[in-house]
Ligand binder design. Structure first.
Ligand SMILES: Cc1cc2nc3c(=O)[nH]c(=O)nc-3n(C[C@H](O)[C@H](O)[C@H](O)COP(=O)(O)OP(=O)(O)OC[C@H]3O[C@@H](n4cnc5c(N)ncnc54)[C@H](O)[C@@H]3O)c2cc1C
Length: 476
């Protein structure tokens, strides 16, 4: 009963917003920009003028605002399509106004928060568009008593929305399905307790240092390690000790929620081939372990985490896969040869199991649960601008992905939605949108895809919230 009420409320609130304007024209005219701007200004609330949140190309800060959250240099070139304008929402009324006017003028809205989307789809489009920038969604309240953290714009929405979200927190699965594609203005996180002391290590072994045997052992034990222990495996190509030769290097990076003494005893039992010793281990606080993972030395002042400027920016291409069975040793040898041949693309193997495997595949849209041993992130990054370099590195990443076909999930070949990959298909949001959406949607959401389409069709039949890989609607 409670779940039904909750679902109805959220459907209604979105529908209400979508039906405030009931007409729609196609974005074709040259004066679209001016008309859209006028619309925004005319709907603006005097108490929260939207003018301070609008950046047009005439504004001297337009480029810096646009570039501030571009995290992939592939989408920061002179030929990258640029938005007609950017709205940096400071108040919820700015979001409502943006939606009303975008519908009225049939204009594509791109929503951006951190700008980390691997394919730039939060700030790039092939059709005329504007960006609704949500980077001001940055106020965090930590509620220790209830073990939650709230992230939102400065002023909370109406009280009833807060009450609704409090209930929704208890029903994350329902909320996940209902609001998958819409616009998020408040996030509620459940906090997880961590011990005062955690232990981290980063240990590297090349093929000459027995990497194949260690990787083989890692893949057979990693799913069954205690929940407190996470060991990511990174693979890249480096110079060998033999002059002029290349080798594969396996890097084991780990976080253990406990002290080094206990960690060493687990490691000696489960992964003795790595040969972890006390001097490899760093005992620290959890927040300092975040610095370690971000390649800052442990001991760096924690305030550096508040700095939103990335340490460096590169051009990059990413793809993903899931692995359900350990790779035989001759398969590993094949992979090493191919990696050395391609040289640049790297792989990160992120183990699953543990808590990930306990949650049913149907509980939230994310379906990759029990049965997955690890997820692969393929990645190539480079610094040379231009199409030649881009084509070379993107093709190398695709080749490595193709070489991995025998070792990864099949029918469908699963993919991780957070590592968005336009190679899996692009939606033109026309009459074929269901078929186009299914190509990538089944890989990202498996059996949950059709449930998402059903809800999307009910809530947003005009497909207002759309992008190159959004959930499609079914046209009747
Ligand atoms: C350096 C780097 C490290 C990463 N590490 C990890 C990792 O460890 N684990 C992992 O799972 N992923 C990781 N990712 C991927 C990242 O989690 C996803 O790309 C995520 O979607 C980024 O969110 P964002 O708000 O920064 O991106 P954006 O590009 O701003 O948005 C991503 C998508 O969400 C939409 N969107 C943004 N804001 C809203 C909103 N308020 N309401 C509705 N829709 C919205 C956008 O339109 C876009 O489609 C990493 C990415 C980068 C670049």
């Amino acid at each position: 009963m409670e779940i039904l009420r909750l679902k109805k409320f959220s459907l209604l609130s979105i529908l209400l917003l979508l039906s405030i304007t009931s007409w729609r024209v196609t974005a074709t005219s040259d004066n679209l920009h001016g008309d859209f701007l006028q619309c925004l200004l005319s709907y603006s609330q005097p108490s929260h003028p939207i003018s301070q949140a609008i950046f047009t190309p005439k504004n001297s800060s337009y480029s810096s605002v646009l570039q501030a959250y571009i995290r992939n240099l592939r989408f920061n070139t002179t030929s990258t399509p640029k938005p007609l304008l950017i709205i940096t929402a400071l108040h919820e009324s700015h979001i409502q106004t943006a939606i009303i006017c975008a519908r009225k003028h049939g204009l594509q809205m791109k929503i951006r928060s951190g700008g980390h989307n691997y394919e730039g789809i939060s700030y790039v489009s092939e059709v005329p568009f504007f960006v609704l920038d949500m980077f001001n969604l940055r106020f965090i309240d930590v509620d220790i008593k209830n073990e939650t953290a709230w992230v939102r714009l400065e002023q909370p929405w109406e009280n009833f929305t807060i009450a609704f979200l409090k209930k929704a927190k208890l029903m994350a699965s329902q909320l996940g399905f209902v609001l998958q594609w819409a616009l998020v203005v408040t996030l509620v996180f459940n906090l997880v307790r961590v011990p005062e002391t955690v232990t981290v290590f980063r240990v590297r072994r090349t093929l000459e240092e027995n990497a194949t045997e260690i990787v083989d052992q890692w893949q057979h034990v990693v799913e069954r390690l205690p929940q407190e222990l996470f060991i990511r495996l990174g693979l890249d190509v480096v110079n060998s000790t033999q002059t002029g030769k290349k080798t594969v290097r396996a890097t084991f990076i780990s976080l253990f929620l406990g002290d080094s003494h206990k960690l060493l005893s687990i490691m000696n039992e489960s992964l003795p081939k790595l040969g972890l010793v006390q001097s490899d281990c760093i005992e620290t606080s959890w927040v300092q372990s975040v610095l370690f993972w971000t390649h800052f030395p442990v001991g760096t002042p924690e305030e550096i985490l508040l700095d939103r400027t990335p340490q460096s920016l590169t051009f990059y291409k990413i793809k993903s896969d899931y692995v359900k069975k350990p790779i035989p040793k001759d398969g590993l040898d094949f992979i090493w040869k191919r990696m050395i041949e391609l040289e640049r693309p790297t792989m990160a193997f992120n183990p699953y199991g543990g808590r990930m495997a306990e949650i049913p595949s149907t509980a939230v849209p994310f379906p990759h649960r029990a049965g997955n041993i690890w997820k692969i992130q393929y990645s190539a990054d480079w610094n040379e601008p231009g199409d030649d370099a881009a084509n070379r590195y993107i093709n190398a990443t695709r080749k490595l992905y193709n070489y991995m076909t025998p070792f990864v999930s099949k029918n469908p070949r699963e993919a991780f939605f957070n590592y968005i990959d336009l190679d899996l298909g692009i939606n033109h949001n026309g009459k074929d949108s269901y078929v186009e959406g299914k190509a990538y949607g089944i890989k990202y959401f498996l059996g949950n895809f059709n449930r998402l389409v059903k809800i999307k069709t009910e809530v947003d039949p005009e497909n207002f919230f759309r992008n190159e890989q959004s959930i499609p609607v079914i046209f009747y």
